[in-house]
Design a protein around this ligand. Sequence first.
Ligand code: FAD
Ligand code: UQ1
Length: 411
Amino acid sequence: PSNYKVVVIGGGSAGLSVASTLSNTLGDKAVAVVDPADVHYYQPLWTFVGAGLKTLEDSRMAMSDVMPEKAQWIKDSVATFKPDSNSIVLASGESISYDYLVVAAGIQVNWGKIKNLPETLGKNGVSSNYSPQSVEKTSEFIHSFKGGNALFTMPSTPIKCAGAPQKIMYLADEYWRKAGVRDQTKINYYTGLGKIFAIDKYANELLKICKARNLNINYTTDLVEIRPDSKEAVFNVLAGEAKGTTLTVPYEFMHVTPPMGAPDFIKSSSLSNADGWVDVNKETLRHNKYANVYAIGDCSSLPTSKTAAAITAQSAVLKNNLLGDIFGGKEVAKYDGYTSCPLVTGTDKLILAEFSGYTAQPLETFPFDQSKERYSTYLLTKEIIPDIYWRAMVKGNWDGPARFRKLFGSA
Ligand code: FAD
Ligand code: UQ1
């Protein structure tokens, strides 16, 4: 058919967690998932892949193997939204209509916005954990590094997993110490922002770690160009006395986190807000203009940090509210801005930041201070949460840790 009860755009972390439950509840072929990708990635594992602690294979499943059985997979990309006629147009030109639409298309990584990045990526010491094409190069370059200037960048735009640009720095630092090359190495972190992390409780601990390990933090400097021939990185200085000037820094190794933003096909549609994200109510996840449209995850306007962990809480809210629209009789659920960033700070330690992006206050699951580095939360993140993801989250059965938080009485 070309008409579905619910059409979900994107078979990523958000799309699958919603489509699984909805297709089970609404029955065969009532739900369609539109996604052109052959593979589904558990992207949080890429920090470990970049450090050589997991394989890319560990993060990958064929889309056909994770697609909910009762959902119809439409293997194409959405080109245009027609919310006034409850339909979308695919790249093939075909139109699909829906009663309800869920937009879960993720964030767009804008590689081309850094001059020379696309042609330099994966070569001569320049890599990024933000692509399955380059993440293994990070591990290769870290392991063969013989010393010199090592740079780690973080853009000024919103990104997915705001901690990932620095997690790989901690892992590289540890490896280079063990390999005996740290003495001849200078490590510099360049962030487009004015803080190392948005929430002070965790930022304070991270700053202590950077100081103790001689990791130099440079604020409000945004990578704009790579000069591969002379091995130099060029930054725009965004604040302070040198504001408006550029800074040129030589490198032997550089881990780049490119600027990101709303996907172009959303930005150019009537569903987007001024910044290009799907314009939804921050509590109900319902579109502010089109009542039968919802958005979830990285492509949404929800003003919290963009992570898979945030989606666990968002998906419970979205499913409740959409099923309430269809069947009635449900109290409206409200999203509290929960998000989490497991800040890996070594191969046996981690700071498990959990907070609400709405209140900027911690929302920790466990009855201990999660801002302190721990082995238990490292193991949880590396070995247990991936299992929860594949066994429960993509099957629609993981609403996040809120119930444990209540059980432990942590909040
Ligand atoms: P995605 O999972 O990216 O899925 C989007 C889907 O939409 C894709 O399958 C894509 O093919 C599809 N799509 C795109 N355009 C179209 C179109 N036009 N038509 C149809 N389909 C389309 N999160 C954590 O919680 N913890 C972590 O430790 C963590 N670490 C991370 C480390 C790295 C290096 C990275 C890259 C991410 C990390 N994340 C982490 C973030 C997490 O992976 C994302 O927040 C999450 O995957 C977002 O889910 P999503 O469904 O919104 O988008
Ligand atoms: C989580 O639920 C989740 O999704 C499966 C993540 O994605 C990778 C996370 O990073 C985190 C931290 C959580 C939260 C789960 C617990 C048990 C604290």
